[in-house]
Design a protein around this ligand. Structure first.
Ligand code: SAH
Length: 463
């Protein structure tokens, strides 16, 4: 570990002034930072050029006077010239810490990148060596912390005395604080201004020696880690157990805590390792043990994810749950191929439907799809793609309708196929490995299928 030349600390500025000398962009950057505090911020310059009107600051357009530093906690010098020199001398004489913008040698302190969830603050510093890295790290931390975490940290502060008197065991108290700062129920209550009431209820609950588990049904998206929502990422990192399907790739499962338990209930086609009933029982049991369970599903949990059955089981067992949406694979496939699944005057809607689950004899299903006139996004149809095409044609769909197929949508190894419904019906295609979405409809031809394997010599015209 290297040694620091600066020491990060939290410096009291409440009830004092922070003085910024300068009236241009550099001053504005500092103002943005220091107005996160309750200090009164004063801007002084002979030339005020930037627009400070969005900030609660006093703007004084005149020369610097030594008395400007009365009761000042910090001075930022963000301009050059006589005033700047005078202010520096005055600050040094008074022992007021000084920051001279872009002149490290003259600085008593640097300003870190800040993630502000007051009272929670995360300050990131590279001692000026790599501000770009500091910004990147900051963005990651921003994504990890809910916008309401500061309010919730405030609740922890307010309940500290009560927690100490109600829960004597240190470890149990820690579990309470952990539950407080991670519970989606508290967050939801806080968003309605009822955080304190909910936090008190949680405290009473823990004081009685009971802790409650929760199941988060999380959409993992199509399989790239950067197509996960921030909420999904945050809850994954909070989970004690991750229960995942086969289609969720390792990169996403790895995003959970290192010490979290991982259970693969993968239902690879053909060999069902866990029955749906077993999965339902499993997540209820884990939650009842007080665990926070991430039930991770590919795409969106509510789309062909059997979430309905799991939610019913959780409700019946009285287990708390929350659903976190994800990018469904049809939408990832649309994005990959720039296919507008709705298109003015061409397709007034799109239908996501199963190509597999519906019974072969479910004539209404096929008739409705064939005659909808909408863009179809068919899931679970790759291995029976030709049959699906034939069935749609048999129910009245035009053989000339454009078809586009995306295998491994949203992933680096995606592959695409394009043609017509007739061509798909007539040919057995050797698709590459992986799950696939089959698009059918006029709007498909508006997509970018230039890279696609053609289903037959006479594919639809690629624009
Ligand atoms: N809940 C998921 C669907 C699960 S059902 C979602 O919203 O996407 C499984 C089917 O989803 C697969 O048979 C396939 O049709 C589709 N699928 C899942 N991931 C996919 C991907 N990365 N690319 C293409 N299709 C995918």
């Amino acid at each position: 570990m290297g040694q620091l030349n600066t020491f990060p600390l939290s410096y009291k500025v409440q009830g004092q002034r922070i003085v910024v000398l300068g009236g241009a962009e550099e001053a504005l950057n500092k103002v943005r930072l220091v107005t996160k505090t309750t200090a009164s911020v004063v801007i002084i310059s002979r030339h005020i050029e930037a627009d400070f009107s969005a900030f609660p600051v006093a703007v004084i357009e005149r020369a610097f006077a030594p008395s400007d530093l009365d009761n000042a906690a910090l001075l930022f010098v963000a301009e050059e010239g006589l005033d700047a020199e005078l202010a520096k001398v005055e600050a040094r004489a008074r022992g007021i810490p000084l920051n001279v913008v872009d002149v490290p040698a003259e600085c008593d302190f640097y300003t870190p990148s800040i993630v502000d969830r007051a009272p929670l603050t995360v300050a990131i510093s590279t001692e000026g060596d790599a501000p770009v890295l500091a910004r990147l790290v900051r963005a990651r931390i921003e994504a990890m912390l809910s916008p309401r975490i500061g309010k919730i940290a405030g609740l922890a502060g307010r309940l500290r005395k009560a927690a100490e008197s109600l829960i004597h065991d240190g470890a149990a108290r820690r579990r309470f604080y952990e539950a407080l700062v991670t519970s989606p129920e508290i967050e939801a209550a806080e968003s309605k201004g009822q955080g304190l009431t909910a936090a008190e209820a949680l405290l009473a609950h823990h004081a009685n020696g009971r802790t409650q588990g929760v199941v988060w049904l999380i959409g993992a998206g199509p399989g790239s880690e950067d197509l996960l929502t921030l909420r999904a990422q945050r809850l994954l990192q909070e989970a004690d157990v991750i229960v995942h399907d086969q289609l969720v790739p390792a990169v996403v499962i790895d995003m959970g805590r290192r010490d979290a338990e991982r259970i693969d209930v993968g239902k690879a086609k053909g060999h069902h390792s866990f029955s749906q009933a077993q999965i339902n029982t499993l997540i209820v049991r884990l939650a009842r043990q007080g665990k926070r369970v991430a039930r991770l599903k590919s795409g969106d949990p509510m789309v062909f994810g059997r979430a309905g059955e799991e939610i019913a089981a959780l409700r019946q067992a009285g287990v708390a749950y929350q659903v976190v949406p994800g990018i469904s694979s049809a939408l990832a496939a649309a994005a990959d191929t720039a296919t507008p699944v709705t298109l003015r005057k061409v397709s007034s809607g799109f239908v996501t439907a199963t190509a597999h689950g519906a019974d072969d004899s479910d004539l209404a299903h096929w008739a409705a799809l064939a005659q909808s006139g909408l863009t179809l996004a068919l899931y679970m149809g790759k291995s029976i793609a030709s049959d699906v095409a034939a069935r749609l044609i048999a129910h009245g769909a035009a053989a000339m309708l454009p078809v586009g197929i995306v295998v491994n949508a949203g992933r680096a190894d995606k592959s695409t196929y394009a043609g017509t419904l007739g061509a798909l019906a007539a040919n057995r295609i050797a698709f590459s490995d992986g799950p696939a979405i089959i698009f059918v409809g006029e709007a498909v031809a508006a997509g970018d299928w230039a890279e696609a394997v053609q289903l037959a010599a006479s594919g639809f015209k690629v624009a």
